[in-house]
Design a protein around this ligand. Structure first.
Ligand code: 7TS
Length: 407
């Protein structure tokens, strides 16, 4: 499908909000869903709703094929070597907690170090704080440059032989910074440390290849990539997943249960306790087909064009501070000198324009930026230059309105 016509595939975008056509600029929080994904979910519930991996009846077999079929699609989509390396989780947050609790607690002890960056989403900070408290390990942060990037040299200076885990976002949800995962992973491996990558903001927008990055763990959420809420992925190298203990215990994940001892299924099922996220996986499979049909490189190119256009148009607005590096992923975080970000977002919403305001679950980064909140416009494949023109007009209007109020 041609990216130019893609907007027609998203029914939610075809509506008025507060008397204006909706302009959705909050895809970093969650993306909208195209018809094939909505239809795949409806089709499962209408035609073959059933539990998986048990029994031999026809609907159960169909559901199992749908669920396991998505595992194969994810494997190819991210360039994993084996389908056992793909674990379905509830989302990025759960995936990162799984690594921190299962890998972290077993492999960290007093004096060990965990290396992070200050631009992480809370879900890639707090699990490491908790595991550090439990094991006596220490957190260290790679310093940031003034433009909100990190250098490979600083990563080299922060990662030492004491480092056991380096956890880092691929793309910052606030700054749009794209981090040098491949280079940092190579440094981590020189010190026998593993890398845990938060891919929540990268997988939806760019081609990622586990063999090229060579990272040890990689986490992402379906709902930010045109898929449903409630499902995400933890990729892990087999050599690590194999020696890790399950994170949750119960049905589905066991091989044999006795009164005092039990054994686990093999990978990947030992990490998928309970009835799995069947509809979610089927929806994620449809989302991957949809994104691949358009082409990840086309999506990246479209977003780069939109972001550059938006940055150019933003430069016309006085008193607007844009955060983050010049070369960035498809989002722009900004503050107005006169108008609080929540007020900006409210005024824009009155014109049907959806942007996010707040700390974006990155309070340590807000501290570094010396602000308590910002506004953020984030783009996806269905956004257009016209959306950006409307945003810029809305921002000018907000400035005028609040300028008058405060005058
Ligand atoms: N990591 C990053 C970089 C994120 O942007 C988010 C969600 C998460 C992790 C957590 O993902 P979840 O699916 O487990 O919730 N980010 C945002 C955001 O920027 N605005 O709302 C949610």
């Amino acid at each position: 499908m041609d990216i130019k016509n893609v907007k027609d595939m998203f029914p939610v975008l075809d509506q008025e909000v507060n008397g204006h056509p909706l302009v959705y600029l909050d895809s970093a929080a969650t993306s909208q869903k195209p018809l094939p994904v909505i239809e795949a979910l409806g089709d499962y519930y209408r035609r073959y709703n059933s539990n998986v991996h048990r029994g031999v009846h026809t609907l159960g077999t169909m559901a199992t094929e749908g669920y396991e079929g998505t595992r194969e699609k994810v494997k190819t989509f991210i360039g994993a070597k084996r389908s056992e390396e793909i674990i379905f989780t509830r989302g990025t947050t759960t995936a990162l907690n799984m690594v921190a609790n299962s890998y972290g607690r077993a492999n960290l002890s007093e004096g060990d170090e965990i290396v992070l960056t200050q631009m992480e989403h809370h879900s890639n900070i707090i699990p490491w704080q908790q595991v550090a408290k439990a094991t006596g390990a220490k957190l260290h942060y790679i310093p940031m440059q003034n433009d909100g990037t990190i250098t490979v040299e600083d990563a080299r200076n922060t990662i030492t032989d004491k480092t056991k885990i380096v956890a880092m976002g691929h793309v910052s949800n606030v700054l749009g910074t794209v981090n040098p995962i491949k280079e940092v992973t190579a440094i981590a491996h020189e010190h026998n440390a593993v890398t845990v990558v938060d891919g929540a903001q990268s997988v939806p927008h760019m081609k990622v290849d586990m063999q090229d990055l060579n990272c040890d763990f990689y986490a992402f959420s379906a709902h930010k990539m045109c898929g449903p809420t409630g499902i995400g992925v933890l990729y892990g190298k087999k050599k690590h997943l194999k020696q890790m203990e399950p994170f949750e215990f119960g049905g589905e994940m066991i091989d044999f249960v006795d009164l005092y001892e039990s054994t686990w299924k093999e990978l990947p099922w030992k990490f998928e306790g309970g009835t799995p996220i069947i509809a979610g996986a089927i929806g994620l499979g449809a989302a991957i087909d949809f994104l691949e049909d358009i082409g990840m490189d086309n999506i990246t190119a479209h977003e780069t064009k939109l972001t550059n256009y938006a940055l150019e148009r933003f430069s016309e607005l006085e008193g607007l501070e844009v955060f983050g590096p010049e070369k960035r992923a498809g989002l722009i975080t900004f503050n107005s000198e006169e108008v609080h970000p929540h007020d900006l977002a409210t005024v824009l919403d009155a014109d049907g324009i959806a942007v996010r305001a707040g700390h974006h679950c990155a309070q340590p980064l807000m501290k570094w930026l010396n602000v308590t909140a910002t506004a953020r416009a984030s783009f996806y494949l269905y956004n257009t230059e016209e959306d950006i023109d409307k945003l810029v007009n809305g921002l000018s209007k907000a400035k005028e309105y609040f300028g008058d109020v405060f005058a």
